[in-house]
Design a binder for this molecule. Sequence first.
Ligand code: ZN
Length: 407
Amino acid sequence: MNTTEQIKKAIQHAMNSKFYQKHFAGINAEDIKSIDDFNKLPFTDKEDLRDAYPFGLQAVPDEKIIRIHSSSGTTGTPVIIPYTKKDVEDWAIMFKRCYETAGCTNLDRIHITPGYGLWTAGIGFQAGAELLGALAIPMGPGNTDKQIKMMIDLKSTVICATSSYALLLAEEIEKRGVRDKIHLKKGVIGSERWGEKMRKRIAGELGVELYDIYGLTEIYGPGIGINCQKQDAMHMWTDYMYCEIIDPKTGQILPDGETGELVITTLHKEGAPLIRYRTHDLTKIVPGKCECGLDFPRIATLIGRSDDMVKVRGAIIYPSRVDELLSGIDGVSSEYQIMIDHLNGKDIITLFFETKIEIGDASHNLEKTVEHEFKQKIGITPKAKAVGMGELPRSEKKSTRVFDNRY
Ligand code: ZN
């Protein structure tokens, strides 16, 4: 079956759900004859899924559903994703592939620290490990003392964690001086954007090879892609899903190699199929074949969320890039804010950053450095303004650093 036929079948199946009967009202799957036709279908976004709460996404009879997972998001109604037996099995097959791509075998002892419960983390890591025939150690998060004791006593060889928890464990192992009692060889790290600096620290302190695992609860969960031993991008299991990269503002499809938002269509999901689901994760399709020999297409390490991205005077500003460039400048703290205003017919960027340096000549020099670096790395010159430590308002949502006042 070619891609168009697979997609068509997926759409036909999705139309069994109340959600898609409404969302795709007036659309006939029979009319999808090419990828171009498919590209005209509306996207599905997380907000739409909330409206389908609780079981609006279900596309099979009740007796076929064996489990649900749920993603919460920051506000309001959760999203419920029903799974059939086959969905759970397919997910485990993909996850097993992830472990294999990372070079894990049935002799590995896989220490799983992501949480078990409504969201999909821990249980996905577990199912993949069991299918591989490895020894799963279902720790869940927290209790660092116990984590380290078990890691030593059971001789865990693979650590599964979020990047922040992996870093915390690495620091605790270092602090306790037990590094030579640890048997870890690999880290399978999920679900957060993380910089090269942090990656090097975790790899160095734990003495492991690191693998980024990709996934989201709406599309099975973690395990739908992972980077290989060539390290620089994640292979996606495209026999289970169809991936597109779009311009998040216009919805236009972007060619391979251009950064945009990842959009996924599930090809075999029974319980809650999704068509053109917007992940809001920013990445690009890495062109060409991977040296590792795997035929699955690759996406680059995530660089942020499309919701955080802004375009000013033709340049695209991603908070992750700003984080990165500021962290490379001595004297600039991690707290900053970007204001974008439209004054006298022109877009103006003001970048406020906190510094321990006394505000005066020295801080003016630092402002010049920040402006220069920003121009070099992002392509436009902001007005940089140094402020004292603690002067910028702290928002509850730590990610809100860019304020676009133009509209
Ligand atoms: Zn590869």
